[in-house]
Design a protein around this ligand. Structure first.
Ligand code: FES
Length: 506
């Protein structure tokens, strides 16, 4: 066994657990922010700074979800994003996207300095590279698009990676940081003086009005405005389910014998490789990542994805130890730009932000800045580019809806009716399967200690059949990316409750 037995992010392992109380009864505030990741915490901080009373509500512990499982690159260079935006939209849209992300990096750096938050912030360049000569045209095109968008971009063939590259886009003055150290520092500034942070409080519904009413499992919150910052918007409005693709990817925290590369690196292509260093106790941890597949739709057992990242790490570096493994989830939008703004065109008091496509540190910060400005009725020059109702979205949604409907239908009906009989005693430790047990279709898994868990196999969101994720020991939904622990506890929305437990005797 060369990989850590348990999945645990370095960011969570290296910071203390928070202990904010749950909501206890009804409450009235100016702003309710649902979701304690980078968007929610940053927006709550900005709005409180403006004198508003904010309730920041998190279903589990803050900064333990997607933001707690990032690779934490604070950069405006996002693979080949600028070429993509120019081809989908125009140069002006690419300029706004670059400006938003550069603005977000400046914002984080300024807050870190003003508030004295120790979060390992270091400036370094970011690179998108290829090892294939045949890909060089795309690299050159990205250099051009990024430059025209206003970034300090250049074409290079030399990097500090321990292997040759054919060519790379290099953008100067980007940053790495420790996202939990940063956001736990911001959350401390949110809690108090009429504003509160609530953990273990799950929002179940929002009724928009004057005021809006958020129903949670611990009481109701009345607020003038509500921000849904739950990664995947959990309210079934605005057709987000038809225009977001939840994707999973994998990371390792390793120690290497050689000096680590100084920069943030990502290769082109779906089978990307990602490398970035992080300072730790006078040394360096190197975070390597890669592999992407739709949530709940891995074609191979998910531990194989970690092994693929490990194989890359061992080929590239002299690996002394692999100390951490973790995986994360990102939402991809139809056109590559996040959705940030009012939840629907007819919801002036309800807002959301999603679809950062793996670039949530800078985009998530920019999203919080946009949302704060919209709520405070201040002009924000990036808002139109990120508007969830921007031109072109609805025609594209029509196409996706037709695909999505047949897809969901297939995932639910075929697999329920075709579920094979399941012999529970055949399940090995760590294994999970959906099958018929005593005439009922169940999702059954066996923990490492041999304990069996049986849950209803239909996702609590819209009923798709969940699939087993052996690497994370979770049930993942292939339709919109909800995830559940082996015992059915909800880990990730859009579902707002867990899978029902079923009695099972071996
Ligand atoms: Fe929508 Fe499972 S997440 S059906």
């Amino acid at each position: 066994m060369t990989l850590p037995e348990r999945s645990q992010s370095y960011w969570i392992a290296s910071t203390p657990e928070t202990s904010y109380e749950a909501l206890d009864g009804d409450l009235a505030v100016d702003i309710a922010v649902l979701g304690g990741g980078i968007v929610g915490v940053t927006a709550a901080y900005l709005l409180k700074q403006h004198g508003l009373r904010v309730a920041l509500v998190e279903a589990r512990r803050i900064v333990t979800g997607v933001t707690g499982h990032t690779t934490a690159k604070l950069t405006s260079l996002h693979g080949l994003k600028y070429s993509q935006i120019v081809s989908q939209f125009d140069r002006e849209r690419a300029r706004l996207y670059a400006d938003a992300n550069e603005g977000a990096i400046r914002f984080v750096a300024a807050v870190v300095q003003e508030q004295g938050i120790d979060c390992d912030l270091h400036r370094m360049p970011a690179f998108t590279y290829t090892r294939e000569a045949g890909e060089l045209d795309r690299i050159h095109a990205e250099v051009e698009a990024a430059r025209e968008a206003g970034l300090e971009a250049s074409f290079v063939t030399e990097t500090t990676l321990p292997y040759e590259v054919a060519g790379a886009v290099r953008v100067e003055n980007q940053a790495i940081f420790h996202p939990r150290k940063y956001l736990l520092g911001l959350a401390r500034l949110v809690d108090g003086d009429g504003s509160r942070v609530f953990e273990h409080t799950t929002a179940r519904d929002v009724r928009e009005g004057r005021p809006c009413v958020v129903t949670t499992d611990h009481g109701r919150i009345r607020a003038d405005h509500v921000i849904v910052a739950t990664h995947y918007p959990f309210l079934d409005r605005g057709l987000y389910f038809a225009r977001l693709e939840p994707m999973r990817s994998y990371a390792l925290g390793i120690r290497v014998a050689e000096p680590p590369p100084q920069g943030m690196f990502i290769s082109t292509g779906e089978d990307f490789q990602s490398v970035r260093p992080h300072p730790e106790n006078g040394g360096w941890l190197v975070i390597v990542g890669g592999v992407q597949h739709m949530t709940g739709r891995s074609s191979v057992p998910t531990m194989q994805h970690y092994r693929a990242v490990e194989a890359f790490a061992r080929e590239a570096f002299t690996v002394e130890s692999i100390d951490y493994r973790w995986s994360t989830q990102d939402n991809r939008t139809i056109d590559g730009i996040p959705y940030v703004g009012t939840y629907t065109p007819a919801s002036p008091h309800l807002f959301t932000a999603t679809g950062f496509d793996g670039w949530g540190m800078s985009n998530g910060t920019a999203a919080a800045m946009i949302l704060a400005d919209l709520i405070l009725k201040r002009h924000n020059r990036w808002a139109a580019a990120y508007d969830p109702a921007r031109v072109g979205q609805l025609t594209k949604v029509g196409q996706v809806l037709r695909y999505g409907a047949s897809n969901v239908d297939h995932l639910v009906r075929d697999r329920i009716s075709q579920a094979a009989p399941l012999e529970v005693s055949d399940l090995a430790p760590g294994e999970g399967r959906v099958g018929k047990v005593g005439g009922e279709t169940l999702a059954v898994s066996r923990a490492a200690d041999g304990a069996l868990h049986a849950v209803a196999p239909a996702c609590a969101h819209q009923g798709c059949l969940v699939t087993w994720n052996e690497a994370e020991q979770s049930w993942d939904c292939p339709c919109h990316g909800s995830r559940y622990a082996a015992d059915g506890t909800l880990l990730h929305g859009p579902a707002t409750k867990g899978l029902e437990r079923r009695p099972l005797v071996e």
